[in-house]
Ligand binder design. Structure first.
Ligand code: ZN
Ligand code: FE
Length: 255
């Protein structure tokens, strides 16, 4: 039986995610921005929370952990990097670890840059990538703790995943990301198609995720820093991809 995935809004623009294994009835929340909407979603489905898979230490990703742990006595999986203080942790996960949610398997990728502890969860059998604040649709996270080469390297780790994998990201930032990406690649046909789709979805108050990784590879300028045309658009012909990525990120910060 295939896993069931639910997404809903938490806080202002965070996504809450539940992934449920019908075979064992295990259910994981990927991050826990706040408890109430996660509890509501669980009750709506008649599911019990067994695991929380934390991606990084930021408050808008762990704010609901204590209350959920108290209510469900669930297992809390957190990044390997203990320098970031996360409370109530049962299991630490790093590069190459496989975390079980019932019979579902989540492969852990270390994707530092936004924070040093950031990890992403890949459910290969469900073709689902939970990338939190590393990779957004048509964007990427701000580089707070790492540096640009580190973040670019993390994006490359995600870019090698197959085109038919779905990206579930941490925030609904897609409209602003599209606006910025169009300033760099106004003639990118995949990006223009995505822009139209995003306008339509947001007008209908619908989420813009999940999105296909194959589409992101074509339309997300932050995954395209090693395309000669992107370097040329920034007047950085021949520059190192990590440097092009850094320039993109700095321009986005100022936009
Ligand atoms: Zn964050
Ligand atoms: Fe966040």
């Amino acid at each position: 039986m295939a896993a069931e995935i639910r997404l809903f809004t938490c806080l202002t623009d965070n996504f809450g995610y539940l992934i449920h294994d019908p075979a064992t009835k295990a259910t994981a929340s990927v991050d826990a921005p706040e408890a109430a909407p996660i509890i509501q979603a669980l009750q709506r489905e008649g599911w019990t929370l067994t695991d929380i898979l934390i991606t990084h230490h930021h408050g808008d990703h762990v704010g609901g952990v204590a209350e959920l742990k108290q209510k469900y006595n669930c297992r809390v999986v957190a990044p390997h990097d203990k320098s970031a203080k996360i409370a109530n942790v049962d299991l630490r996960a790093g590069q190459g670890d496989v975390v079980k949610v019932g019979s579902l398997l989540a492969r852990v990728l270390e994707t530092p840059g936004h924070t040093l502890d950031h990890i992403s969860y890949v459910f290969d059998s469900e073709k689902a990538l939970f990338a939190a604040d590393t990779l957004f649709s048509i964007g990427c996270g701000r580089v707070f703790e790492g540096d640009y080469p580190m973040m670019w390297d993390s994006l490359l780790k995600l870019r090698v995943l197959p085109d038919d994998f779905k990206l579930y990201c941490g925030h609904e930032y897609t409209a602003a990301n599209v606006k910025f990406a169009l300033t760099v690649e106004p003639d990118n046909a995949a990006l223009k198609a995505r822009a139209e789709e995003v306008t339509r979805l947001r007008a209908a108050n619908k989420p813009t995720v999940p999105t296909l990784l194959g589409d992101e590879k074509k339309a997300n300028v932050f995954l395209r820093a090693d395309e000669p045309s992107v370097a040329a658009a920034l007047r950085m012909k021949g520059a190192d991809a990590a440097a092009v990525f850094g320039e993109l990120r700095e321009r986005k910060n100022k936009s």
